[in-house]
Design a protein around this ligand. Structure first.
Ligand code: HEC
Length: 528
């Protein structure tokens, strides 16, 4: 009897959903967003969320407050409008013509990106060290600086910092924090600049809304099916599906962008910790496995894995035209190594990077790795602050120090003219290295404390995409005009670790916090 009574309550909403949000595949849902006075609001993000909550498509309102969604894949959708400085609208079944009204939000503390909180800390080398040590796994944000609604107290900072040092300090198995990091000093420095539980929460001003070309973007987000996973790297395959490494679950995902379906492929190694990946001949996936110090190669046709020992915890991977699978060390720092696996024989060859000792007695941290059109390798030292050039034919290394000390160069890319573009994570700049003149040019980002993590260059236009770990934003830089564009992401805490461009020129990014916060894969397309 009970069950029968409950039935209408289950069925009615389903029926409503089915009718209200019924697909309009050929339409482009549109509408206007206004504030409480009726004035049109530019720069509002309007998100269409599919009923299964896996796919969300976001566009931005123009100066008239109007938005136009692209025609959406089949399914029922809800719509929601949001912009920092306003209370997000209720989520409503999306009609072909759908307006929204937003009321302002006085207290924007909970809406601000990590960059606002990093802005509380004074710029300089101490801050750049802190960013490298403490803003790489997770963001420095509301969750870090508060406890029970108040600014974190001394004992809590001390306890947390010691906890971080205990599993990620210089002498642990996951040594990402520098040996000079001291819990007491860090605590005092944070209290001095952020405040403590007796102080009020800091007040922030909302960032300016996106307008003009910044707003000319369609962002499609896909929820990773495992909410505690860390999507580390991604790569579009030949069919336009997106391959993703699941670092925490030791599995691969293959996302079908048309349906939002994630297929999974387990990696048959305990604690594999998959990181970077590249594609090789026959569509094979070459995947770096951190903990087991291996490279795994997966044959999608046969659905089989083969594992190769490489004898180090690697960071980046890149195949060259000669069948060599290049990688660099990451936690194998003394000596710093670059090497390759011969794809045909499985033989591993390594080279010692002739790097000078670090001033603090620590070691460098090898990071990004790319290969240019001539087959020259370009690698970065995240700790060590250098760009490394290696010519396989002559086995010659050249090391270049970046102009800003402790700038944190992460994942570089090579432009169509051979220039090397480098995101300076801790210095908040984009650097261009010209191999011909052997000089760097640095461009400060237009967003403070954005933490640029990875860059990719569109081979057709030379435009540089910059994904950030701290600003919930992806930027573009046009070298021809030296102009930046800022595209804000619809999701908070979008720590982007990796980005690749697909054949259409769209950018794919993965939001990978550790501990996980809302892991997503997102595509950014620029509208004409
Ligand atoms: C290797 C990755 C990593 C690094 C580097 C790291 N953290 Fe963490 N941090 C974590 C993880 C994982 C957790 C969650 C731990 C838990 O649940 O107890 C965490 C939690 C925290 C928290 C608690 C947040 C909350 O939810 O209450 C604070 C504060 C924090 N970290 C500060 C720091 C500081 C300061 C540094 C630099 C010294 C740092 N972290 C460096 C991974 C890291």
């Amino acid at each position: 009897m009970k069950r029968l009574l409950a039935l209408p309550f289950v069925l009615l909403p389903l029926l409503f959903l089915a009718l209200a949000g019924q697909p309009f595949p050929d339409d482009e849902p549109t509408g206007v967003v206004r504030d409480a006075t009726g004035a049109p609001l530019p720069g509002v993000l309007v998100t269409a969320l599919r009923a299964d909550s896996v796919v969300a498509v976001t566009v931005v309102t123009d100066t008239e407050g109007r938005y136009v969604l692209p025609s959406l894949p089949d399914g029922a959708y809800h719509g929601r409008a949001h912009r920092i400085g306003y209370k997000p609208s209720a989520s409503v079944p999306l009609a072909a013509e759908q307006d929204f009204v937003l009321t302002s939000e006085e207290n924007v503390f909970d809406q601000m990106p990590s960059s606002a909180f990093l802005g509380l800390l004074p710029d300089g080398e101490d801050k750049r060290h802190f960013v490298l040590d403490c803003a790489g796994c997770h963001q420095f944000d509301q969750k870090q600086i508060t406890l029970d609604g108040k600014l974190r107290a001394r004992d809590s900072w001390l306890q947390r910092t010691n906890q971080m040092l205990s599993f990620a300090g210089a002498h642990t198995g996951f040594p990402v924090i520098s040996p000079s990091r001291d819990a007491e000093k860090t605590t005092e420095w944070l209290l001095a600049h952020v405040g403590g539980p007796d102080d009020p929460l800091p007040a922030f001003t909302p960032p300016p809304p996106m307008t003009g070309e910044d707003a000319n973007v369609v962002i499609t987000e896909y929820d990773l099916p495992v909410p505690y996973d860390l999507p580390h790297d991604l790569l579009p395959d030949a069919e336009g599906q997106i391959l993703i490494t699941g670092m925490m679950t030791a599995q691969m995902y293959r996302l079908n962008p048309a349906t939002g379906h994630f297929a999974t492929v387990p990696i048959p190694v305990q604690h594999a910790g998959p990181r970077a990946l590249d594609l090789g001949p026959y569509g094979r996936w070459w995947v770096l496995l951190g903990n087991p110090r291996q490279i795994g190669v997966y044959d999608p046709a046969e659905e089989t894995w083969a594992m190769h020992d490489i004898g180090m915890y690697p960071h980046s991977i890149k195949l060259d035209d000669a069948g060599r699978v290049w990688f660099n060390g990451h936690f194998t720092k003394e000596p710093e190594l670059i090497g390759y696996l011969d794809a045909a024989t499985g033989e591993v060859t390594t080279y010692e990077v002739p790097t000078p000792p670090m001033p603090d007695g620590g070691t460098t941290m090898p990071y990004g790795l790319r290969i240019d059109a001539e087959g020259t390798l370009w690698a970065t030292q995240l700790i060590g602050n250098r760009l490394i050039k290696f010519v396989p034919k002559t086995e010659a290394f050249t090391l270049y120090e970046l102009p800003t000390p402790v700038s944190g160069p992460r994942r570089p890319a090579i432009g169509p003219d051979g220039a090397v573009w480098i995101p300076q994570f801790a210095a908040n700049k984009l650097a261009r290295f010209d191999p011909a003149t052997e000089t760097f040019t640095e461009y400060p980002l237009p967003l403070p404390d954005a933490l640029p993590y990875v860059v990719r260059v569109d081979p057709r236009t030379g435009v540089v995409w910059i994904a950030t770990a701290g600003a919930d934003a992806v930027l573009r830089f046009d070298p021809a005009t030296e102009r930046f564009f800022v595209h804000r992401l619809p999701t908070q805490k979008a720590l982007v670790r990796h980005m690749e461009l697909d054949a259409t020129g769209a950018a794919w990014v993965a939001y990978g916090n550790s501990p996980a916060t809302d892991p997503k894969i997102a595509r950014l397309e620029i509208r004409d």
